[in-house]
Ligand binder design. Structure first.
Ligand code: RB5
Length: 150
C-alpha cells in the first residue's frame, strides 16, 4: 500500500519513526511534511493527507499532531475519511476491521516511538472485514455525511 503521512510541529518528533515503520512493513510512504518543529497549523496536514487518500494517490493515511485530537477532528471533516485516534494496537486493528478506518492519527506528546511502531504495524496489517453488520453501520455513517455534509 501507499500511505500518506503528515504531521504538525507537535507530531514532527514521531514522523521519522512512522516513515521507517511503513517502509519496514514493505509499504510506501508519501511524506507530506511538516519538516521541522517550527509551528504550523495541524488542519493543513490533516487536509493534505485526506486529499491524498481521497484522490487515491494513497490507500491510507497517518496524521500526527501533539495529542492526536486536532488532527482527528480536522481529518474527519473530509467526506470519505474515517480517521481514528489510536494509542493502542487493539483499536488500530479493530478500527480497520470493523470501522474501515482509512486514516490513523497519533499524538506524539502522548506515546513514544516504540508503541507508535506497533500501532502502525497493527493498522497496516488489518483489512476491513466486509461483515454485513459493519457495512450496515458504515452505511449509517455515510448517511450522516449525505445529510449533514457540505
Ligand atoms: C500544537 O501545539 C497542538 O495543539 C497540536 O499539535 C495538537 O495537539 C492539536 O490537537
Amino acid at each position: 500500500m501507499t500511505i500518506a503521512v503528515g504531521c504538525d510541529h507537535g507530531g514532527f518528533p514521531l514522523k521519522q519513526a512512522v516513515l521507517e515503520s511503513i517502509a519496514k512493513a514493505g509499504h510506501t510512504a508519501i511524506d507530506l511534511g511538516t519538516n521541522s518543529t517550527d509551528a504550523v497549523d495541524y488542519p493543513d496536514y490533516s487536509a493534505a493527507v485526506a486529499e491524498t487518500v481521497l484522490s487515491r494517490k494513497a490507500d491510507r493515511g497517518i496524521v500526527i499532531c501533539g495529542s492526536g485530537v486536532g488532527a482527528t477532528v480536522a481529518a474527519n471533516k473530509f467526506k470519505g475519511i474515517r480517521a481514528g485516534l489510536c494509542h493502542d494496537t487493539f483499536s488500530a486493528r479493530q478500527g480497520v476491521e470493523d470501522d474501515d478506518m482509512n486514516v490513523l492519527t497519533l499524538g506524539a506528546r502522548i506515546i513514544g516511538p516504540l508503541l507508535a511502531v506497533e500501532i502502525i504495524q497493527a493498522f497496516l496489517k488489518a483489512q476491513f472485514s466486509n461483515a454485513e453488520r459493519h457495512l450496515r453501520r458504515l452505511n449509517k455513517v455515510k448517511g450522516f455525511e449525505e445529510h449533514f455534509g457540505q
